[in-house]
Design a protein around this ligand. Sequence first.
Ligand code: C2E
Ligand code: CA
Ligand code: CA
Ligand code: CA
Length: 280
Amino acid sequence: VKERGKSGYRWYAENMDAQAVEHARMGAELQRALVRGELFPLYQPVVTLPDGDVHGVETLVRWRHPERGMISPAEFIPVAERNGMIVQIGAWVLRQACLQMVEWQRLYGTAAPMRVAVNVSARQLLEPSFAQTVADVLAETGLHPGDLLVEITETAVFDGGPALETVQALQALGVAIALDDFGTGHSSLGLLRTCPVDILKVDKLFVDGVAGTAEEAAIATSIAQIAQALRLGAVAEGVETPAQARRLYQLGYRLAQGFLFARPLPPEEVGVLLAARAAG
Ligand code: C2E
Ligand code: CA
Ligand code: CA
Ligand code: CA
């Protein structure tokens, strides 16, 4: 048993080394990725139920690595959070999203999305200058603050402190706030008392089973009731089937996002949807 434990530890340690080396390499490469234009944003439509009309878009960053191909944000965002690059990357994504939104408003007028959402990491909220960065980008691009939705996670703000102060400063600017992956943290309900929130984004975890039994739909059902009672918007994430969309609508959801409606798209493809909207 002792020996197995030992070799188990060595296996673990070697893999930790390999992973640490890989992360260090990726972190260094991320520094150049921004400069070399390897990062780019996609935009996933958020639609209204039951008609599936475009309501807003969420900005989701991608990395096209010259040798390794596409790298998922699930892989490189945590690395960027650890080495601090997320501050620069996040500011860049924010600026791209605001520029894009202003462009859509210029091209499509009232057929443009109502809002552009941007994901913001805890690390960014902890930067004392973050709210000022947002104010500067809005002023520079000319985007109306209410057209921007900042998506934060519960874990970023659950213990209050400077991150919560940043969120309050963002709300004072007129920016809308969404709690992302709602229900997956450990303080969801208590947080609604302290943190200014406009929208709950219901995690895919709770949407997956929503077309099933009452038990499987219980969490999504409860979140819809909480949102209604507190007069918050609710977006169901990761909707993949018509049965889920129907059930979500019955439960009171009026906003949804998922592959059923649209994948994250390059801006030109969102433009095609908006042109059709403007024409119809
Ligand atoms: P998230 O904010 O929860 O974004 C939703 C994720 O679910 C996206 O993955 C999206 O492509 C995916 N998704 C949407 N609809 C469906 C569906 O119907 N089925 C399935 N299976 N998946 C769906 P993505 O683009 O890979 O992003 C992963 C995570 O990376 C995001 O999760 C977010 O936490 C983070 N991320 C992405 N872009 C940024 C960014 O610019 N800044 C920060 N800080 N984080 C980002
Ligand atoms: Ca999000
Ligand atoms: Ca989410
Ligand atoms: Ca997520």
